[in-house]
Ligand binder design. Structure first.
Ligand code: PLP
Ligand code: SF4
Length: 335
């Protein structure tokens, strides 16, 4: 028998997909690979419905033998996740109320957000969607036609944002289909993709993806998500170069995280490094109070002091907007 399926799925076996599938999901293995003792760091008992997930190229940027590594801290299911903390809830940003059906979220005028998939290459412990019911959120392939019809019927939309999960977790063929369908809607002026994949798995920036970006009839912004300069290694910088050369505008959103990037020097290094990679800072998000993430919280006073420090040290274009998402608000709110 001939393996005909490979002709239907030309991408199966692409390097990024192999790397995606080979992510580390065992806490013991993660510690072992980092030369850490088996009980070097206390592990959560609950909350592992949201499993540990770390792609190997991301792990390679962590310091060996360092339980306080800022990349490790973002992915380690710390025992602190077990604590119930008042105000930290499963749906901190009102996504349930904003569900416009079929994998769409509508919160702000002129923009709609598509939940392309629930899958992510990495599981960030502070993720505000760690409890989101993706399974019934319309992230099944068949829902795209219905979502597209919904977007086509609303001439007030200027921009559609592909999000998730991580929209680049789907293969290039599907992504090409969605972006091409969207760029044919006459009322849209811009497209946007919110993704962490080029950071954690830079091999995701394939030639096919570059071709898709290059061939779009609309301007595309790719908003990546990096929280620390150490995440932006030379492979990520090359991936950024390629996206930019294909015509994408590159922006970054970061989340302010205690023990990861709440030191002013870390923020300065991050924004300088982003610029070296051709990426401008966009938002610095104050943590969404999602259950299990309270150990990442930075007080508003400290966050404001940090922002003032950045304004004093960096050119204005390297200072991200410090914002918080308030359920029901018409925009992300400045602090
Ligand atoms: C954050 C968000 C957007 C994008 O907001 P911008 O301020 O334009 O970056 C759009 N839709 C939803 C549902 C969002 O949560
Ligand atoms: S990549 Fe984004 S959506 Fe996925 S777990 Fe991390 S923060 Fe959440």
């Amino acid at each position: 028998m001939r393996p005909e399926k490979t002709a239907i799925l030309p991408e199966a076996g692409a390097r990024w997909q192999e790397e995606f599938a080979a992510a580390i999901t065992s806490p013991e293995e993660l510690l072992r690979l980092l030369d850490l003792e088996p009980n070097a760091m206390p592990l959560a008992r609950r909350g592992l419905g949201f499993t540990i997930r770390v792609p190997r190229p991301y792990l390679a940027r962590m310091g060996r033998g360092d339980p306080h590594d800022p990349l490790l801290r973002q992915v380690w299911a710390d025992a602190a996740e077990d604590r119930e903390v008042a105000g930290f809830v499963t749906d901190p940003v009102g996504d349930e109320a904003a569900r416009a059906g079929l994998g769409l979220l509508r919160k702000y005028p002129g923009r709609a957000l598509v939940l392309v998939t629930g899958a992510c290459a990495v599981h960030c412990r502070y993720c505000f969607r760690r409890h989101f019911p993706y399974a019934d959120a319309g992230s099944r392939p068949g829902d795209w036609d219905a979502a597209l019809a919904n977007l086509a019927a609303d001439p007030s939309l200027e921009e559609v944002i592909l999000s998730g999960g991580d929209p680049l977790a789907v293969d290039d063929r599907r992504l090409h289909g969605m972006l091409t369908d969207l760029s044919a809607l006459p009322h849209l002026q811009r497209l946007r993709v919110h993704t962490r994949l080029p950071v954690v798995l830079p091999s995701r920036v394939t030639a096919a993806l570059e071709d898709t970006v290059r061939g779009l009839g609309l301007p595309l912004a790719v908003v990546i998500h990096a929280n620390h300069a150490q995440e932006l290694d030379p492979a990520v910088a090359r991936a950024m170069d390629r996206l930019r050369a294909a015509g994408a505008t590159l922006l970054n959103q970061a989340v302010l995280l205690a023990g990861v990037n709440d030191d002013p020097e870390d923020q300065i290094a991050l924004n300088r490094r982003l610029y070296q990679c051709g990426v401008l800072p966009y938002y610095l998000h104050q943590l969404d109070p999602v259950a299990g993430a309270a150990h990442f919280q930075v007080s508003d006073d400290r966050a404001r002091a940090l922002a003032a420090h950045l304004r004093a040290r960096l050119p204005g274009y390297l200072v991200p907007r410090l914002v918080r998402e308030v359920p029901g608000a018409r925009a992300k709110l400045p602090l």
